[in-house]
Design a protein around this ligand. Structure first.
Ligand SMILES: Nc1ncnc2c1ncn2[C@@H]1O[C@H](COP(=O)(O)OP(=O)(O)OP(=O)(O)O)[C@@H](O)[C@H]1O
Length: 667
């Protein structure tokens, strides 16, 4: 049996993957089986979140080992592909490939071979060039010293120890900046202060106030970001920052789709290179969730000379759709932070001019590296002092100190153990019961049985809420998060059981399948609908309106004015009493129940557990066996992508002639 047939008959391919291979065979019946199978697998790889197919690890795409499949040797496979008319093999990672070839093979200098669907290689190429374009426009650093008093007021901590200050200062001097860190490390707080500085800088230069956009991949994440900025502005008001500066800052956030301007029934956007976004500063939160097509389109739409600041937690799960863009970019920036000696010199007026500090330590002068946080100082990891000028003009600052320590949930030690894959520590912390509001239900498989009343009470309160806005506000109080969708510990099964429980014994089973919506039902949208302005991951609730008609309500532009849809007219959606950790990215809930499957599964990873537990704001329950937890923490959720090497490549240089035009599709 051919490899393609074996893959198809084994149920490993989707219809779409198989159809792609078949269409190549129809066009040229002499196409070798290995090429057809590779085309189908490259298409399958995208559906599993990879940018392309890594030939030597193709078997990892399958859900389990299949003895019926005889995998070709990766070297032979590569040679057959390189010789095929369907496969372009450009030597340069930023040159366009032959438009006639639907597949692109890349891999050089010992890097593994990646086979792309052409469109995804174009997205990566466009993204790499677009990031270069944004990054090479370094803003003028002249005049930073005038900002020093305001800077010192905004960042009163001890200089040389404050990474938030370093991040803001760096972002004043660079146009492509990544500020990374776990939950509560002050990413948004830092942004608010940076925006005040940018407003002050414009005022001082007699320029118009900067046009600023705050965006995130999901509506919920955008709202959370705007909330945090509003809180930060309140603290800045209290700290005596000039109201005229604060007045220039945005207090609302938007989704990336809305920012870019969706077009009805089209994956294209209103804003792109030829019609760029009318913003001088674009700040995007939850960058780990952004997939390759969307990031490529965002970067394409950022105007020349504008600043792009990406915020994210690199330890979270990568985006569900193809990409793992954030980690690709971080790989190119380098694992450490790229603060060059040149940066340090330029930032000296800000970082070394704290009035408080100056009186204690007269300005040292001379050694610019003395400005940088020293890794030997407590709480500050290493920063390469004078890394060679990076080929990729981005800067990254990683914030480490958690600022939410006074809150009742004591999560940090567990989050660290999980992030580091340290299962002994994670288990002993969980078992010890010493972390406040963290509960471990070892080997518990069914919380709906053991904690039924407590869980049901919450969902019943949704049905009792007086208005849809109130019900939506309550919706974030509790969520069951699962690793998988199917199976006894999967989101689908749990939702069905919760629906039954809510229906009560008398009505159990009475709700016809065709009319599955009910008052108090929590919903999650599972596909993007540009027409409805509803996007994958949006959460809504069913409630009867004043006339008794059951409507589905989703957050609107104003928190107190949700949008109503007829349930039958909604795009694809599910119940959302329980949802997968993947779908919960970008959201937080007061109480989280993280339910692990009874048996190990390839989707389990330390990133999944980390993302799941860090969704909790007040209380965390983890249910599962030690064995499954150990297995999860031993695995990384990695994705195949060539972005890191494309960005790090010596040959990637911004050249307007190379900039591709963004095609539609994918995003
Ligand atoms: N330098 C600081 N001094 C005092 N409080 C701070 C500081 N930085 C952050 N905080 C506080 O810590 C909390 C978390 O900050 P913030 O929301 O900015 O973090 P974040 O990294 O954006 O979090 P998340 O990723 O969860 O959105 C806020 O209450 C904020 O006021």
């Amino acid at each position: 049996m051919s490899l393609l047939d074996a893959l198809f008959r084994g149920g490993h391919l989707r219809t779409l993957d198989h159809a792609l291979a078949q269409s190549l065979r129809r066009l040229d019946p002499s196409t070798p089986d290995a090429v057809l199978a590779a085309a189908a697998l490259a298409s399958l790889a995208v559906s599993k979140g990879h940018a392309g197919l890594q030939l030597d690890r193709a078997r990892d795409l399958l859900d389990g080992d299949d003895p019926a499949i005889a995998w070709p040797d990766a070297g032979d496979w590569q040679r057959q592909l390189a010789a095929s008319r369907w496969v372009a093999a450009p030597v340069d990672p930023v040159q366009p490939s032959d438009t006639q070839a639907p597949l692109v093979l890349e891999g050089a200098h010992g890097a593994p071979d990646l086979l792309y669907l052409r469109r995804y290689r174009e997205y990566e190429r466009a993204l790499a060039l677009g990031l270069q374009r944004i990054g090479v426009h370094a803003p003028d650093a002249v005049g930073l010293d005038v900002l020093a008093p305001l800077f010192a007021q905004l960042f009163p901590q001890v200089p040389g120890k404050d990474r938030q200050a370093l991040a803001a200062a760096t972002a004043l001097r660079h146009n492509l900046v990544l500020i990374t860190g776990g939950p509560g490390t002050g990413k948004t707080t830092t942004i608010a202060r940076l925006l005040v500085l940018l407003a002050a800088q414009a005022l001082q230069d007699h320029k118009p106030a900067p046009r600023i956009a705050l965006a995130a991949p999901t509506g919920r994440a955008a709202e959370r970001m705007a909330d945090s900025v509003r809180n930060a502005l309140q603290s800045l008001t209290a700290a005596g920052i000039a109201p005229e500066l604060l007045a220039q800052l945005p207090t609302t956030g938007t989704t990336l789709h809305r920012l870019l301007g969706t077009l009805p029934d089209s994956p294209r956007f209103r804003h792109h290179a030829d019609h760029p976004l009318p913003f001088d500063v674009v700040v995007v939160d939850e960058a780990s969730m952004i997939d390759l097509p969307l990031m490529a389109k965002l970067v394409d739409a950022v105007a020349d000379g504008a600043k792009l600041v990406l915020l994210g937690d690199p330890d979270q799960l990568p985006s569900v759709e193809a990409g793992d863009v954030l980690s690709g970019i971080l790989r190119a920036v380098g694992n450490g932070e790229r603060i060059t000696a040149e940066d340090a010199t330029a930032l000296q007026p800000l970082l070394n001019r704290h009035p408080r500090e100056q009186s204690r330590h007269p300005r040292e002068g001379g050694d610019p590296a003395s400005l940088l946080p020293n890794h030997r100082e407590e709480g500050n990891p290493d920063i390469p002092r004078n890394a060679a000028t990076p080929t990729f003009p981005a800067r990254r600052i990683h914030l480490q100190r958690g600022w939410r320590q006074d809150e009742s949930l004591h999560l940090a030690p567990l989050a660290t153990a999980v992030r580091e894959g340290n299962s002994d520590t994670a288990l002993s912390l969980l078992r010890s019961g010493t972390l406040s509001n963290v509960h471990f239900h070892e080997a518990l498989a069914d919380p709906l049985q053991t904690h039924r009343d407590q869980l049901l009470a919450h969902w019943q309160s949704l049905a009792e809420a007086a208005t849809p806005a109130q019900a939506l506000a309550l919706a974030g109080r509790l969520r069951i998060l699962t690793a998988v969708r199917e199976g006894p510990q999967g989101a689908r099964t749990l939702n069905a059981r919760i629906e039954e429980l809510l229906a009560g014994p008398s009505r159990r089973g009475s709700r016809p399948a065709s009319n599955k919506h009910f008052h108090g039902q929590l919903l999650i949208v599972t596909e993007n609908s540009y027409r409805h302005r509803l996007f994958n991951g949006d959460i809504g609730i069913c409630q009867r309106d004043a006339n008794g008609a059951l409507m589905a309500w989703f957050p609107g532009d104003q928190p107190d004015a949700p949008r109503a849809f007829h349930p039958a007219a909604l795009p694809a959606h599910d119940s959302a009493f329980a949802m997968t950790v993947h779908k919960a990215q970008g959201s937080e809930f007061d109480t989280v129940w993280l339910l692990l499957p009874a048996r190990s599964n390839r989707v389990l990873s330390r990133e999944l557990v980390y993302t799941g537990i860090t969704r909790a704001r007040r209380e965390l329950h983890v249910a599962g066996s030690a064995e499954v937890l150990r297995d999860a923490l031993a695995r990384h959720a990695s994705r195949w992508s060539g972005l890191g090497r494309r960005l790090g490549s010596e040959t990637v240089r911004w050249d307007p002639a190379l900039q591709p035009t963004m095609e539609g599709g994918g995003g």
